[in-house]
Design a protein around this ligand. Structure first.
Ligand code: LLP
Length: 420
């Protein structure tokens, strides 16, 4: 459920007509609904409320906008981060360092040092050498870093290959058959306080069975670690829950997920940690765009909008579907291709799609754009960096400016030897 609905024939974000935002801020622009963010946060947390000990860390990569993070921090979320930049964002949004989990397969020594300086709560170690590096850095500072080992359980999340992370050929985690030996060596290092394990098998997961299979493998592994004498007090179950991108799609309900988690983790006696991203922010955002032209095509017309693959990369990268709806639908329909202005054929949002009939100047939205939308934007074709707006009831604020090409040009330098 979200708060992007038609009122008097015009799509609103909560109580603000999207046409007002388009007039005042321009297009393309991402629009987030605070009430939707809060609702999703609550539904997810409620689904897991029966668990005795738990920790929620929003996967910042899904939407690192400071205002979004602030809303989620107020709901009780910590942060799952994968870079020094994401640590900076988490802390700037008011999330306590102790509530930050540092994931990521390529943390540099500089980033690890920074995380230790900031006192972040947990390191999710991806390979033995990383654990050794954290140990050395922590010893040099006279600290002990709380850490877990990310294990690759070798399960197929049955999602898009490019967002699948839990199969043995993926770059993430240590192979489950070597994890026991690696854990034992890491647990013996000074400066490291090894407390448990982590996994994350993929994103946009629609089938709970692979998640359950992964969790069960991790549960068995925790049993082996305990039998070997290690004190395990936390397991990080990652993120991954899918969301509906298309009308009629039915992803697992958070409540079903909660029941599955409760069943499979029964008796583990650990703090369970969660790193949801998409399920919290996906449907809390739309990309608002304006139709520039409707170009007759050989088979179907091309609706050329002012948003492009640099603003919303998911269709170009993963053939992802985002529902397209007119802000003032007339009831008429058309079959059309939807494309942006970027000079690549992959800058196409949809082919032969049955959509609200639109004409040049009309406003429309790509739905479910709150996750992996603005954060993956670029300035390709020297387009402006897309701005972001947050709506709260009948008010809204620009929470990230449109960064104009002139500002990007100002960050470039012509060397003296090119000035002649
Ligand atoms: N934890 C870890 C370690 C992750 O790698 C990810 C996502 C998450 C949590 C959050 O997963 P979520 O709950 O959002 O599924 N750009 C792609 C998605 C990449 C996901 C990467 N990892 C897309 O637009 O579909």
């Amino acid at each position: 459920m979200d708060h992007f609905t038609l009122k008097n024939g015009t799509m609103h974000a909560e109580d603000v007509p999207l046409s007002r935002i388009a007039d005042e801020v321009g297009t393309p622009v991402y629009v987030y609904s605070r009430a939707t963010l809060e609702r999703h946060a609550r539904v997810f947390m409620d689904a897991l409320s029966g668990l005795e000990r738990k920790h929620f860390a929003f996967a910042i990569k899904a939407n690192p906008n400071l205002s979004v993070l602030r809303v989620l921090a107020k709901c009780g979320f910590g942060a799952d981060v994968v870079s020094g930049g994401e640590i900076a964002r988490a802390l700037a949004s008011g999330i306590a360092p102790a509530d930050v989990v540092f994931s990521g397969v390529g943390k540099t020594r500089e980033e690890l040092q920074r995380a230790l300086d900031d006192g972040i709560g947990q390191f999710n170690i991806e390979l033995e050498d990383e654990g050794i590096a954290i140990s050395e850095l922590a010893v040099a500072m006279g600290k002990r870093a709380v850490a877990v080992l990310r294990v690759n359980p070798d399960v197929d999340a049955k999602t898009h290959a490019k967002i699948s992370t839990g199969k043995k050929e993926n770059k993430f985690g240590v192979p489950i058959d070597q994890a026991g030996a690696i854990y034992a060596r890491l647990a013996g290092l000074p400066g490291l306080d090894m407390r448990g394990v982590a996994l994350h098998i993929g994103s946009q997961v629609f089938d709970l069975d692979p998640l359950e299979a992964g969790y069960a493998r991790i549960g068995a592994f925790v049993g082996e670690l305990r039998a070997a004498g290690f004190a395990i007090d936390r397991v990080d179950l990652g993120g991954g829950l899918g969301v509906p991108y298309q009308r009629g799609q039915v992803p697992p309900e958070p409540a079903e997920y909660g029941q599955m988690v409760a069943r499979v983790t029964k008796g583990w006696d650990v703090t369970l940690m969660f790193e949801p991203g998409r399920v919290i922010v996906g449907n809390a955002g739309v990309l608002l765009t304006k139709v520039i032209w409707v170009k007759p095509g050989v088979i179907n017309p091309y609706v050329i909008v002012d948003a492009a693959m640099n603003d919303l990369a998911r269709p170009a990268l993963y053939d992802a579907w985002h529902d397209f709806e007119a802000v003032r639908p007339t009831g008429a329909r058309m079959i059309a291709n939807i494309a942006g202005p970027v000079c690549e054929s992959t800058d196409t949002f949809a082919m032969a799609r049955d959509i609200d009939a639109v004409k040049p100047g009309d406003l429309a939205v790509f739905r479910t754009a709150g996750a992996y939308g603005a954060t993956m934007a670029s300035t390709y074709n020297s387009r402006a960096l897309v701005p972001e707006v947050m709506v709260d009831g009948d008010r809204y604020a620009v929470v990230a400016d449109r960064v104009q090409p002139e500002a990007l040009i100002a960050a470039e330098r012509l060397p003296e030897w090119l000035l002649d």
